[in-house]
Design a protein around this ligand. Structure first.
Ligand SMILES: [Cu+2]
Length: 469
């Protein structure tokens, strides 16, 4: 597996070759050499190379940006649609479809006003196409197979050309057998940077990209179920699940932007602990500053893109996650009855005679799932997992951390480890005397006696009959 250093070398090489006057690839003739990447590490930002307008590049969590070449005024990219193997988290790999070795595909970064040419080569077993979600472009470049163009058949290459007209956050995905191709992981991010200083677009110190996606993979298997409508069991950021998602890191007091796009089948209220943020951009571009308000959770609906921004002025390891609790856990969380309070001591032995592996779980809550010794199927991640400095984090799916440190170097994206809490800044166990816990609230403090009989008319249900009189 390529390391980050290997990749940077490769990128430098690819960028150098691409920016040069000749590209020798006999199989593809005049096409830009396709660059591929299989490591799930978060790659350092791809600095704009030769011949392009300067911009502050983004960082795609557990992803990378696609190198390009300049060709007579066009920025040229080469996307290759193909089957890929994606590590969702250490210990679990998925057979997906993606672009250039990965799902999601590489992020495409251009500058407002750039003339862009994208070659799309199809190495899938079926036809595909590419839709440039949110872009202003000629209708024939919009990529809806059958409507705007013929489908790109296996083995064929199509060319898309348009001007990146407005700055903002965009996505790309197929518009051909969409149900299959998106369920298999075919999608990517697109960022158009402003050409000149825009009054509604701030300069930021860090600019992260997260694509929300979801899979339905039966525990023990590796290929998504493509017919699933809503009941997905793996909720991912950039085709990674916790604890496989890189933390977002920031130096204290830096301005941070996170661009989030949703290509799942449901909405995701993305919640950040420790700070408040503002939504500074949507699908339609930057929001006017007077329209913004602060919040700590932003709901991102299906097909939407949101840019959130904040000053990372509180040090720590702050949780950042989808607030739907089933989306911050991994598979196995479905179809298990609630057993809280059920005493199964008698029945367990009887069942184990028939099913030797049978274990009772859930009678004290589901936290036992993190530590239990029940054998998991191969290629499966526990439902609630992630080792923190004080025990299991008991999370999965769409969960990561915002790690803010005063001593982080500008431009350093490496994981700084666990936060060291200053004296007096952490919850601690009370070890003094505990007062007697009384049976119920007493009337002397103004609350109702626990077993006081309610007034007859207080809780009387009104039935249709009563209404009729
Ligand atoms: Cu969610």
């Amino acid at each position: 597996m390529a390391t980050r250093r290997d990749f940077m070398k490769m990128t430098a090489l690819a960028g150098g070759v691409m920016a040069g006057s000749s590209v020798s690839n006999s199989a593809l003739g005049g096409l830009p050499e396709p660059v591929s990447q299989t490591s799930p590490d978060t790659m350092d930002p791809l600095q704009p190379h030769d011949g392009s307008h300067p911009y502050n590049p983004v960082v795609t969590l557990n992803g990378w940006s696609l190198p390009y070449r300049m060709n007579k005024g066009f920025k040229e990219f080469h996307l290759v649609a193909e089957p890929v193997v994606r590590e969702l988290a250490p210990g679990m790999e998925a057979n997906l479809w993606g672009y250039n070795g990965q799902s999601p595909g590489p992020t495409i970064e251009v500058v407002e006003g750039d003339k862009v040419r994208i070659f799309l080569t199809n190495r899938l077993p079926e036809h595909t196409s590419m839709h440039w979600h949110g872009q202003r472009l000629p209708n024939g470049m919009d990529g809806v197979a059958g409507l705007n163009q013929p489908a790109v058949m296996p083995g064929k290459t199509f060319v898309y050309e348009f001007e990146a007209k407005r700055p903002g956050t965009f996505m790309y995905h197929p518009h051909a057998d969409e149900m299959t191709q998106m369920a298999m992981g075919m999608m990517g991010f697109w960022v158009t940077h402003p050409r000149t200083k825009h009054p509604w677009i701030s300069e930021v110190d860090r600019d992260y990209c997260i694509l929300l996606n979801a899979f339905d993979i039966v525990p023990g298997s590796a290929t998504p179920q493509i017919m699933t409508m809503l009941d997905f069991n793996l909720w991912a950021w950039n085709s990674r699940i916790f604890p496989g998602i890189s933390p977002l890191v920031a130096r204290k007091n830096e301005r941070v932007r996170v661009r989030i796009g949703n290509l799942t089948m449901t909405n995701h209220p993305i919640h950040v602990h420790g700070i408040e943020f503002q939504v500074t951009g949507t699908d339609g571009g930057p929001t006017p500053p007077e329209s913004r308000w602060s919040e700590v959770t932003s709901d991102i609906a299906v097909g939407q893109m949101r840019q959130i921004e904040f000053i990372a002025d509180e040090e720590g390891d702050w949780a950042m996650h989808c607030h739907k609790s089933h989306h911050s856990m991994n598979a196995m969380g479905h179809d298990i009855p609630t057993l809280i309070g059920v005493d199964h001591r008698g029945i367990t032995k009887k069942i184990q005679k028939l099913v030797p592996d049978y274990m009772v779980m859930g009678e004290r809550g589901m936290a036992d799932m993190t530590e239990m010794t029940m054998p998991l199927p191969d290629n499966t991640i526990p439902m609630m997992t992630g080792k923190g400095p004080y025990g299991s984090v008991e999370m999965g799916g769409m969960f990561s951390m915002l790690k803010v440190r005063a001593d982080l170097k500008p431009g350093d994206y490496s994981d700084p480890g666990w936060f060291q809490h200053p004296e007096g800044h952490q919850a601690f166990e009370y070890t003094g005397e505990l007062p007697e816990i009384s049976e119920g609230p007493s009337s002397t403090n103004g609350l109702m006696e626990a077993n006081e009989t309610p007034q007859e008319n207080q809780f009387r249900a009104i039935r249709p009959k009563d209404k009729r009189g």
